[in-house]
Design a protein around this ligand. Structure first.
Ligand SMILES: Nc1nc2c(ncn2[C@@H]2O[C@H](COP(=O)(O)OP(=O)(O)OP(=O)(O)O)[C@@H](O)[C@H]2O)c(=O)[nH]1
Ligand SMILES: [Zn+2]
Length: 418
């Protein structure tokens, strides 16, 4: 297989930006969010407190038990509502894509190094409340995207404010790699004015409590807890002088790997590839994408040039996780492209964050890269994270008879430079 490796020094030389000054890490806050993620994956209810001291409860739609809506009502005394991403609301015909103002991150700012701005969350309600079945149907990716006819009568839609319980609940589901949708209910009177403390209420009902602001800060904080935990010599076919370094975030989540080939000089821009994990392409040789070729091609090219680093990032499915990627494939099999499929699921086209990549490069001693990519977002985001991108090295492989549409979509809709 022949790869193309022309270089382009003109488009990216000005992209470098200084690193933002880091805020202190609140380890207890990271731990609280981790616990909430695990609880949501188990289908448990979690308590969410907002800045005004009020509290409510949330459960993810994907892992919700049928009695969860009743349980939320009984727990809180409030009316459960469904929260979906604005993307999903647009797909359902409940919001206009044009009117969608990027609300950035719920922290108030787009996280540096994230591929796309979040378009926020929307709360769906109806008189008498939604049933669990109705909530499932509205958030379910198997639902035809234009199925407005099937919408429950009297459905109302409202923007979820950045920093709100609703926005945090959807973000938690997304971080847990579940469908980005949640059912939430507020305690009708809570907070300092009502004399109910969020912590007391959560403890009384044996619920994990998390603060909405901690959810918003989570991605940035976790990245800054990345630590090198192991490294070893691993000779590869065609590049025998190779070491693999493992970086673990403090949340105990999946490690990111740095595969260092040869002995790159930290004082020079390093030839680098940011490779997002693709179980199907990398390991199984799936022909739906170009990942397997790109992975092996990058290792071969770095070895040919003498030295460099390949970051193997735990960002399966452009950050939506393997399960959601398989769902996206089913949607693509109905005729939608890779971008539409993500959006029908309620995700942005690309949910990746490149802060971990920048942090790993820094910890390995590299501050400047010659980046092997066709993806303009990777160039932009890595530069936003403080790594100087001094050159783009194209990384193009021929189509294989199954991935022509996928590659065409990347070029036409994601701006890939093929
Ligand atoms: N959600 C989703 N993810 C996909 C699909 N096909 C491949 N992926 C994922 O896309 C990621 C691969 O992206 P990269 O290899 O970094 O490629 P890229 O962003 O196109 O950019 P370059 O290859 O650097 O030009 C992997 O995480 C794959 O699992 C798909 O149809 N849907
Ligand atoms: Zn792939």
């Amino acid at each position: 297989m022949q790869a193309e490796h022309p270089t382009d020094t003109t488009t990216t030389a000005t992209l470098s930006a200084p690193a933002a000054s880091p805020a202190p890490i609140d380890e207890a806050a990271v731990r609280a969010v981790d616990r909430a993620l695990a609880a949501l994956r188990r289908g448990e209810v979690v308590a969410i407190e907002t800045a005004d001291g009020t509290v409510g409860a949330a459960v993810s739609v994907e892992s919700v038990a049928l009695d969860a809506v009743e349980r939320l009502k009984a727990l809180t005394g409030g009316t459960p509502r469904l929260v979906v991403t604005r993307r999903r609301a647009v797909v359902l015909g409940l919001a206009s894509a044009d009117a969608a103002q990027p609300v950035s991150d719920i922290a108030g700012d787009q996280a540096p190094g994230s591929s796309t701005e979040s378009f926020g969350a929307m709360a769906l309600d109806r008189p008498g409340g939604l049933t669990a079945d109705q909530a499932h149907a509205l958030a379910d990716p198997e639902q035809h995207p234009q199925a407005q006819g099937a919408l429950p009568a009297g459905l109302t839609v409202a923007d979820a404010r950045p920093g709100s319980r609703e926005a945090a609940a959807v973000d938690l589901a997304r971080l847990a790699r579940l469908l980005p949708a949640a059912i939430t209910a507020d305690l009708p009177s809570s907070g300092p004015a009502a004399g109910t403390s969020a912590a007391d209420w959560a403890a009384e009902h044996d619920l994990l409590l998390v603060r909405a602001s901690d959810v918003a800060d989570y991605r940035v904080h976790v990245v800054r807890t990345l630590r090198r935990v192991a490294d070893a010599r691993v000779p590869l076919v065609g590049s025998e002088n190779t070491r693999i370094y493992a970086f673990r975030p403090a949340d105990g989540g999946p490690e990111h790997l740095a595969i260092v080939i040869g002995d790159p000089d930290p004082d020079q821009p390093v030839l680098a590839r940011l490779h997002s994990e693709c179980f199907t392409g990398d390991l199984l040789g799936s022909l739906r994408c170009d990942c397997g070729d790109q992975l092996r091609g990058a290792i071969a090219e770095i070895a040919r040039q003498g030295s460099g680093v390949l970051l193997y990032l735990a960002q399966e499915g452009r950050g939506i996780g393997l399960v959601n990627k398989l769902r996206a494939y089913r949607i693509q099999d109905r005729g939608f492209d890779t971008v539409d499929a993500n959006e029908i699921l309620g995700f942005e086209a690309d949910e990746r964050v490149y802060l971990p990549a920048a942090e790993m490069l820094r910890q390995l001693g590299f501050s400047a890269v010659r980046l092997m990519t066709n993806n303009p977002e990777k160039l932009r985001q890595l530069a936003r994270c403080g790594i100087a991108v001094v050159e783009r090295v194209a990384h193009i492989f021929p189509a294989n008879g199954h991935n022509e549409g996928y590659l065409r979509t990347k070029a036409e809709r994601s701006g890939h430079m093929f």
